[in-house]
Design a protein around this ligand. Structure first.
Ligand code: SAH
Length: 246
């Protein structure tokens, strides 16, 4: 019996390579697909050079198209290691900070993270990266305009395990608790008690927290059966954690 062709028919790799357009890295966002994946690969190579060693985080950073989360006028800067404005005075976090925080969350975890809570959805970029690495992600945003924007940015990705919530993230989201991990993209004076309460025993929380001096530091909090242990890491610059919604 004659073998049926597979559908959709595939071109031999050699042929498709000839047809593929040359890389036009600087012409984003027109140069989607192959072109943006090459630029992302370079971004991941730089993250590795800066010390990102977690293979799954490398893959997730390589998979999520950051240029889809910023205004088209900024798309050509999307793979630079810089924060960018996303409207309403807020910013998308630097790729190196997103990678660093998620790598810290995953330390000592084999395979996927369990349920994760993110405070500060913003444009939805970090939520998309997280959802590559966790069984379920709940992400809260207090600004309606950004919550809607994130929903729009994320719709084409059809991430069934990512839940976007509109509300005040300082209260956490008790209905999804306990969380294997909690990650905040905005920094307050202290870590809200609700987050600690909603963290599973054995879970880890990472958040920027304002120090005694002016700046913020990254704080890792581990919840164990014996209590919580906090570790203060490097200085960071996040937008402020605010209460209420707007
Ligand atoms: N992870 C985001 C970063 C956005 S910046 C991204 O990838 O784009 C941080 C976000 O935290 C801002 O959108 C800000 O509105 C939000 N935020 C600040 N305080 C908050 C709170 N109490 N609850 C929920 N979101 C908050």
């Amino acid at each position: 019996m004659k073998e049926r062709p597979s559908f959709p028919a595939r071109m031999p790799a050699s042929m498709s390579a000839k047809i593929a357009k040359p890389s036009t890295a600087l012409n984003l966002p027109q140069g989607l697909g192959m072109d943006s994946s090459a630029v992302r690969l370079r971004m991941v190579e730089k993250l590795i050079a800066q010390g990102l060693s977690d293979l799954l985080v490398q893959q997730a950073m390589g998979a999520v198209e950051r240029h889809r989360f910023v205004d088209s006028g900024l798309a050509n800067q999307a793979y630079e290691d810089t924060s960018l404005p996303i409207g309403l005075g807020q910013t998308i976090s630097k790729p190196s900070v997103v990678a660093r925080m998620i790598e810290l969350l995953r330390k000592g975890v084999d395979g996927r993270l369990g349920r994760v809570l993110e405070i500060g959805t913003g444009c939805g970029y970090q939520a998309a990266v997280l959802s590559q690495l966790a069984t379920e992600v709940y992400s809260i945003e207090r600004l309606r305009g950004l919550h809607d924007k994130a929903r729009e940015n994320l719709r084409p990705l059809r991430l069934a395990t990512l839940h976007l919530l509109f509300g005040d993230g300082t209260l956490g989201f008790a209905a999804g608790a306990p969380y294997a991990a909690i990650i905040a993209a905005a920094g307050g004076e202290a870590i809200p008690q609700a987050w600690i309460d909603q963290l599973a025993v054995g879970g880890r929380l990472i958040a920027p927290v304002a120090g005694r001096a002016n700046g913020q530091s990254l704080v890792v909090l581990d919840k164990t059966a014996q209590g919580v242990r906090q570790t203060v890491l490097e200085a960071v610059h996040f937008v402020p954690l605010k209460s209420g919604v707007a």
